[in-house]
Design a protein around this ligand. Structure first.
Ligand SMILES: [Fe+2]
Ligand SMILES: [Fe+2]
Length: 145
């Protein structure tokens, strides 16, 4: 089984930017993701997304390449921290991270829950998440309250 705590510690150790996209955001994304998860979702992927999706940001601004960079970086974790993922899980995690900077929804329930978990934390930058921009039904509900 993948040790999520170890992945989290790895991401925290290499993080050089501030709190805006740092560990407190990742923890909220994990919590949101667990609330959004439906029975068809892979919760391990949702939790790993939370701790890895922003890990390759180079600044706190308009850095749209940090999603694809995270997907690329993950190759270096495949034989160690992420070795217990199946190939299918690994590809799903890569896809979720690669696309989170560019894509509204994919139709994959796990990946869409990842996207919404991240969006639901927009309140930290004073943006109220827009229910219309959510990828999942639960995300729409949670953004609406
Ligand atoms: Fe991001
Ligand atoms: Fe994020």
């Amino acid at each position: 089984m993948v040790d999520i705590e170890q992945v989290k510690q790895w991401a925290v150790r290499r993080w050089t930017l501030g709190a805006l996209h740092g560990v407190s955001h990742w923890e909220r994304v994990e919590r949101n993701g667990l609330l959004l998860a439906t029975p068809e979702c892979d919760v391990t992927i949702i939790r790993l997304f939370a701790y890895l999706h922003d890990s390759c940001r180079e600044n706190d601004g308009y850095d749209l390449e940090h999603g694809p960079r995270a997907a690329q970086m993950m190759e270096s974790l495949r034989d160690n921290l992420l070795k217990d993922l199946s190939d299918e899980q690994f590809l799903m995690l890569q896809q979720a991270c690669r696309l989170h900077t560019s894509t509204h929804s994919t139709g994959n329930p796990t990946i869409d829950a990842c996207f919404d978990a991240d969006r639901l934390d927009l309140g930290r930058v004073n943006i109220k998440p827009d229910p219309q921009k959510m990828a999942t039904d639960r995300g729409k509900e949670m953004a609406g309250v």
